[in-house]
Design a protein around this ligand. Structure first.
Ligand code: ADP
Length: 335
């Protein structure tokens, strides 16, 4: 973590973020990246690491955008570059039309990041946390919305309680509140539901949706396909520092949600019997026949007919969704 840039005390949000994108941002994208690369230098015996290998990505204004990828894919690196916390190696990026090299202050003022860790100073109250943050961003006293934000996050009655008395869920909401203090048009939530129970996850999703309805562009990083599917209108998938897909959610889900049909048969299946043109088949360790198929391209009935036509009597049948690992394999192998 050697490359964290310290907060700029002279930093002012006031002049920064007009409601419309900066001149020159005719595309109206909230975030744009072109050929974005990051190589972490070797340090402490660790070799150099190319965390981003040339990412081209546009997040349209007004979207709820999912940045999906397994651990180590480069999601945090991407976000931290946009937020001015990590220095890119090459390529370009802009937030709300402000190039992070040309207008770094405006770019930083246009984005709020809710970090993964629940790090909150235990000796400050939520109201104090927000006031301090507002001070850091140069938001003038008369423009501060401390109580309004706390109310929106369901923390009004905790405004003056010590942060150490807050539950995990309340701390998470306080972090969202903190990221909203300077009223950024783009809010990034980094793995917001990692280690969060189901009840709170639903609550957080509701908050995210209401912020979006109020006009905030949301970027959500997650390694849960299910979470991205439930919330996001567009999903980008990165793996090993490369973009492997970026599509409207429904289209992507339809394309990647292969299913598996697992059939136990009365007599053993031979490899010759298992081979079926156009379908990925295998014989499982327990001797069952597994057929992977895309529901858009093949129907279960057809598959069953083809199995029976091989003289196989099916005695038991079950289905499985492919998991995220299968999805990455599928996308990266076809890329
Ligand atoms: P994600 O957020 O998708 O889990 P990260 O952006 O955190 O991925 O990490 C991408 C890769 O870069 C990983 O291999 C990680 O180990 C490496 N990495 C992240 N931060 C640093 C750092 N400060 N120094 C060296 N390597 C790093």
């Amino acid at each position: 973590m050697a490359e964290i840039i310290p907060a700029d005390p002279a930093y002012s949000a006031r002049a920064a973020v007009p409601p419309e994108p900066a001149p020159g941002n005719e595309t109206g994208n909230a975030i744009e990246a072109r050929g974005l690369r990051k190589v972490y230098r070797a340090s402490g015996g660790q070799p150099a690491k190319e965390a981003l290998r040339g990412i081209d990505l546009a997040v349209p204004r007004g979207s709820i955008f999912g940045l999906l990828g397994p651990n180590g894919a480069g999601k945090s690196t991407f976000i931290n570059i946009l937020a001015g916390l990590v220095i890119k190696t090459s390529g370009s990026a802009s937030v709300w039309g402000f190039d992070i090299d040309v207008n770094p202050r405006q770019a930083r003022a246009a984005i709020g990041v809710v970090p993964q860790e629940l790090n909150i100073d235990p000796f400050f109250t939520p109201a104090e946390v927000l006031e301090l943050q507002a001070g850091l961003y140069g938001v003038p006293k008369r423009e501060r919305r401390t109580m309004e934000i706390l109310r929106a996050m369901g923390l009004e009655d905790k405004a003056d309680a010590y942060a150490r008395t807050l539950s995990g869920g309340m701390r998470r909401r306080l972090l969202v509140a903190k990221a909203m203090v300077h009223n950024p048009p783009v809010l990034v939530l980094d793995e917001p539901t990692a280690g969060v129970d189901i009840e709170l996850r639903k609550q957080l999703w509701d908050y995210v949706k209401s912020l979006h309805e109020q006009g905030t562009t949301i970027v959500l990083t997650t390694h849960y396909l299910e979470e991205a599917e439930a919330l996001c209108d567009t999903i980008a998938i990165i793996d090993k520092g490369q973009l492997v897909a970026c599509e409207p959610t429904q289209r992507l889900i339809a394309r990647i949600t292969d299913k598996k049909l697992i059939m136990r048969t009365a007599r053993p299946v031979t490899p010759e019997m298992a081979a079926m043109e156009g379908l990925r088949t295998e014989i499982t360790q327990s001797g069952a026949l597994s057929v992977q198929y895309n529901p858009l391209e093949a129907s279960v009935m057809d598959i069953l007919d083809r199995v029976r036509a091989r003289g196989l009597e099916i005695v038991d049948i079950s289905t499985e969704e492919s998991d995220l690992e299968d999805v990455f394999l599928q996308l990266t192998s076809s890329h």
